[in-house]
Design a protein around this ligand. Sequence first.
Ligand code: FA5
Length: 350
Amino acid sequence: MGVEALKKIQEEALLAGLGIMDARAVDEWRAEWLGRKGKLGMALGLISELTASERPEFGKVGNLVKETLEGRLVAMMSSVESVEGQLDWSFPGVEPKVGHLHLTSQTIREVQNIFSELGFRRARFPEVDWDYYAFESLNMPKDHPARDDWETFFIANDKGRIKTGAKGKQVLTPHTSNAQVREMERGELPIRLINISKTYRRQSGPRHLPVFHQFEGLLIDEGVSIANLKGVVDYFVKRFFGEGVQTRLRPHHFKFTEPSFELDISCVICLGTGTVSGGKCRICKGGWLELGGAGMVHPNVLKAGGVNPKKYSGLAFGWGVERTMIMRSGVNITDIRTLYKNDLGFLEQF
Ligand code: FA5
């Protein structure tokens, strides 16, 4: 036993003291290193075994080590006191909150899964796109009044001017139909596509969101007919809303489909009867609910995408994710904007 052993004890004791945060551990540390039967005390007791010439040096180093460890003990005690003054270590812990996906994300996944059962591949396209893909290639020439229906947001440059390029103005996609020609341009046929994306319109109200989601289906192949359209929408509606729900194609007009339809489903609340407990159903108007637009892809749109309309035909549909999910829940959300108010009391129900 020599001075090196004392220095080693100091080093080990200081190391063992690192990170001590509570009074009991401080006390244990004190007993282990500075107590009467502690490691330093035991080592100092061995001085009697040293020669007379070794003892003065050993005694001097021993005192220094003792002072160092006592100084550390005082420091540990005061830091534990200040921490324990603020924290009650005996207090039960707080369980971390585990969240879940937002209702919209849940619905998007479900829609994607249902269409994948029919072989539709999910794709995404730019949400900041050119006028050409949002409108012009969809048989909606510049200044066509039908464009006003989409109430589009345009992107301005830093001088406040609308950004333009070779494919026209830059827009926030007002509908997911920009997927149509973009997908055709990839040059792979046949196409079975489901595009689920954010869409943007200058609208806000109880039934309108400025940012919402649509899902757009596109099927292009040889011999695609309205019967296929009815079959695809029927499959989705029965999987999503339930076996008993009926579909109806109602004539409508879109520039990019011919013929065009609005797709209605029988009301999930009154089961298509229009009445609940003898009174008028408060959800639907006469037994039907409007889901969204659909139709057979216009030959001009096929041509814009480089697809020969004499050989191929296609079906397309585009519906709002939020409106579709609200219809199913039967929850009478009187204001669609409730979905995005981050009200946990509301969101945790789903
Ligand atoms: C369209 O956007 C067409 N592109 C749909 C289409 C695609 C037709 C392919 C034919 C072929 P429309 O503007 O009707 O159509 O919008 C479709 C659906 O989006 C509506 O039925 C509604 O469910 C939803 N929607 C539209 N605007 C809003 C809004 N501001 N907030 C929430 N949902 C909306």
